[in-house]
Design a protein around this ligand. Structure first.
Ligand code: C2E
Ligand code: MG
Ligand code: MG
Length: 272
């Protein structure tokens, strides 16, 4: 049997090569305004289809990239590919917000805000269309993080606290760091219909977000009842399989056209 470390090293080398050769791909998951159903943005999610092992989940390969030194290359690849896709959408008349997941390691680099700024300018994507999703686990080194996140906000870039409620010292971070969005972790949303505790926690999180001047976004909405519940709890934005699964960039505009036709039909039926 190959020792685990060697197997991991081999996979990490393959990942580096895959990044270099543009063998990764991106999918995009829509976010909507819950009250109106309007598209508010998309989140870019990386995919790696390994030639022998099949699809490897991002949680696995992002951690590999972090530990074996290819996270900057991965982040750059994701950003460049997503920005190109954004320009393509704009040419088709869609100018939506674009969110990226950013690793803790990338956030430790004080030059990253200027680097991202440059990448957006080269491609011609306005900075106020960009949101960075940061996880609570990512938020160590509070002083440096405060500096980095403030630099993003000054540039007009949004910063979202992803998977909220599952990490460490989240309340302290909410008080100290300049977030613009709080993303309620899917573990609360997935059982919100069954669990009174989850509903209470979501309600408290929405209140907290609004009290601090942030937008509340729920992830993991898998059915119409959960969407209606979140609307009744005052949650601003939502994302999940009920709204849309992550999709290829080329699928977004057709999805929007289908969805607006469906919503128009629904409204006509309700008015009749
Ligand atoms: P995340 O940012 O919290 O992304 C949401 C994850 O939940 C995605 O999984 C998405 O496909 C999944 N999801 C969306 N709607 C639903 C739903 O209704 N029900 C359920 N059960 N799941 C849903 P995915 O794509 O496997 O990504 C997992 C994590 O990997 C992401 O969590 C993010 O933290 C990380 N990730 C993905 N792409 C990147 C990347 O390019 N860079 C970095 N640093 N991290 C990434
Ligand atoms: Mg995310
Ligand atoms: Mg999340």
């Amino acid at each position: 049997m190959i020792p685990l470390v060697i197997a991991e090293e081999k996979l990490a080398t393959e990942l580096s090569l895959a990044i270099e050769r543009h063998a990764l791909s991106l999918v995009f998951q829509p976010k909507i305004e819950i009250a109106t159903g309007r598209l508010t943005g998309v989140e870019a999610l990386a995919r790696w289809d390994h030639p022998a092992l099949g699809a490897i989940g991002p949680s696995t390969f992002v951690s590999l990239a972090e530990r074996f030194g290819s996270i900057d290359a991965l982040t750059d690849w994701v950003i460049a590919a997503a920005l190109r896709q954004w320009i393509d959408w704009r040419e088709q008349g869609v100018e939506t917000n674009l969110a990226f997941n950013i690793s803790a390691l990338t956030l430790r680099d004080v030059h990253f805000p200027d680097h991202l700024d440059r990448m957006c300018r080269i491609q011609g994507v306005p900075l106020d269309r960009i949101t960075l999703e940061v996880t609570e686990g990512a938020t160590q080194h509070a002083v440096r993080l405060l500096d980095t996140l403030t630099r993003f906000r000054i540039k007009g870039i949004g910063v979202s606290l992803d998977d909220f409620g599952t990490g460490y010292s989240s309340l302290l971070q909410l008080r100290q760091l300049p977030y613009s969005e709080l993303k309620i972790d899917q573990c609360f949303v997935l059982d919100a219909l069954r669990s009174r505790e989850s509903r209470l926690i979501i309600q408290a999180m929405v209140g907290l977000a609004h009290g601090l001047g942030l937008t509340a976004t729920a992830e993991g909405i898998e059915d119409a009842e959960t969407l209606a519940l979140l609307a009744s709890l005052g949650c601003d934005h939502g994302q999940g399989f009920f709204i849309a699964h992550p999709m290829r960039g080329t699928e977004l505009v057709p999805w929007m056209i289908d969805r607006s036709a469906e919503r128009a039909e629904h409204q006509t039926a309700r008015a009749a």
